[in-house]
Ligand binder design. Structure first.
Ligand SMILES: N[C@@H](CCC(=O)N[C@@H](CS)C(=O)NCC(=O)O)C(=O)O
Length: 234
């Protein structure tokens, strides 16, 4: 094995953050799109907890957590400081909140049938209170969680906010979250997201298409501040 191999699942938000980090760092890797109900034996052997993403490195190291993969990717190449700007106490708290309470409420809001005991609207409200409102406040002052430029926290949280917004799109756009809606729209339209959502054949290792030169320059130019109506970036 000469390249890292990423076990992934296209619609998994944790896998999206890992794929975006590998792409933005310019790492050449293979992707293995799994079928959740038929996980490959090779993945189970590498990582008995059997979640994706999992990154197998040529030196035998196995990274089993999405944030570890983001860290590893950006440790190899990070000219714009995406990793260091994600290490502020505020951004680390946002990550913990996203992967903890927000994800819990998101799952109960998105899949109410799986959680018979819980009230869907209460979880929608809680998800807004624990993460989306704090994000709105942050993004009213700066266009990215990285400040005037993106950082790893932006790509780590965006796939989850996307999932939340997609449950009831017309409800979401009516909420008083203009800066968050603007940020979400920006990431949905970004070449980095487009590149990370490429469709791979399933159950086989395939070279993951890298960012094209045009995409690289668009991602690099992401340091240009988008003009959100409520953004007062310094
Ligand atoms: N803490 C893990 C969570 C990963 C995770 O839960 N991934 C889901 C897919 S979105 C998964 O693989 N679930 C296993 C399953 O559904 O069988 C990470 O950050 O990588």
């Amino acid at each position: 094995m000469t390249k890292p191999l990423l076990y992934t699942y296209r619609r998994c938000p944790y896998a999206m953050r890992a794929r975006m980090a590998l792409l933005v760092a310019g790492i050449t890797f293979d992707g293995f799109e799994i079928v959740l109900r038929d996980k490959p034996a090779a993945l189970l052997a590498l990582s008995p907890k059997a979640t994706v993403p999992v990154l197998q490195l040529p030196d035998g190291q196995v990274l089993e957590e999405s944030w570890e993969i983001v860290q590893w990717a950006l440790a190899s190449q990070d000219p714009q400081g995406w990793w260091s700007r994600a290490q502020s106490a505020e951004n680390l708290d946002l990550l913990v909140c996203n992967d903890g309470p927000f994800k819990l409420h998101l799952d109960r809001y998105k899949y109410p049938e799986r959680y018979a005991e819980s009230a869907r609207d209460v979880h929608r409200e809680q998800a807004v209170a624990v993460l989306l409102m704090p994000l709105e406040k942050r993004l009213q002052h700066k266009p990215y969680l990285g400040g005037v430029a993106p950082c790893a926290t932006d790509i780590a949280l965006f796939p989850f906010v996307r999932q939340f917004a997609a449950v009831e799109p017309s409800w979401f756009v009516d909420q008083p979250l203009p800066a968050l809606q603007f940020w979400l729209k920006h990431w949905l339209a970004s070449p980095l997201f487009e590149a990370c959502m490429v469709k791979l054949p399933s159950q086989t290792a395939t070279p993951f298409p890298p960012l094209t030169p045009a995409m690289v320059s668009a991602v690099t130019q992401a340091t240009v501040i988008p003009s959100s109506p409520s953004s007062t970036a310094a």
